[in-house]
Design a protein around this ligand. Sequence first.
Ligand code: SAH
Length: 373
Amino acid sequence: MSSDASNTDPTPLALKLRRAISERGPIPLHDYMQACLYDPEHGYYRKRDPLGRGGDFITAPEISQVFGELTGLWAAQVWMQMGRPQPVRLVELGPGRGTLMADALRAARVAPGFLQAVAVHLVESSEVLRDAQKATLAGVPVQVHWHDDAAELPNGPAIVIANEFFDCLPVRQFVFDGAADVWRERVVAFSDGAFGLATSTAVAQPPLTAASHGEPRDGDILEFCPGVEPVLATFAARAGHAPLAALAIDYGYTNPAFGDTLQAVRRHKFAGLFDAPGETDLTAHVDFSRLARLSEAAGFDVFGPMPMGEWLLRLGVEARANQLLARASAEEARAIAQSVARLVDPAQMGALFKILSWTRGISDPPPPFGGHG
Ligand code: SAH
């Protein structure tokens, strides 16, 4: 068992989980991650705004306005490809502080008729971030609606954006026991005063077959995110009746491989999985090949994954940055150049982050996949 005790006082969630484990035994890693993020009283996303310099991590729209602006132009173009339906739902999953949406709506003013057609629908589980979104979007010239869950979204033509949403969904992990030739689920135990990872003695049947990953060897870890499928299913159900285009941007991988991608981040630094439960962000890399496979199986046309840096370049990030640079002071210009480089440079976020797009009921590929972007 690996242990990761922290020296500080246990958090309220740590005490709650200790009690649960001592009463019922070790819990699946998935349930630990679920509690850390979404426990109704103490979950990470219940109580805080995790974004920005004063928080734990920073995201692309918070780094540079060009990210949301290009996403807004992308949405306007997709709307034109749909035949300019009115109304069109502009949906965002996990909108954070509302920064991406504010930048997107401002940039999309240039598309005649788009804002008149748009109703914004935000899917957000955090009360704190909902308040931040209300403040950021107070002056926008469109209606904004909030939902707890994607399943509550109304029907009709929709454009869906999800930046760093899928990485929040808890994962299950399975460990291959080579001697017995079986998989067992990874669990969180509590012993000798510390949380630690362990492997359940029970045999498990991972929902993914090894076909996508190759033959497992002893100790290999298979990671699986059960929350992806229900989200995609709600969009698949809607897309049967009206055009739909979705855009997911996240860090993740294209070729599935065995391994543990779970990570804990606190105050812009990597932390231990068991450091301050409920006060540390836990995420896992997104399996883009599975997102693509599930979307294809649901009848969508799938585009990508494409490295985020390439996507931004092909959407014209340089031209947009140059417009900003033209009106900037020397100091501002340095900051603009640095933040755009952070998004585009493959050595920074440009390659680890990827975009995947899936559409239905639209004959043209979304930009920049049509070749004219
Ligand atoms: N897209 C934003 C924020 C990313 S952080 C940005 O790029 O800055 C993750 C966001 O998803 C937060 O707004 C968080 O509250 C929300 N979120 C996480 N899990 C969720 C869930 N299961 N349902 C709805 N929203 C969720």
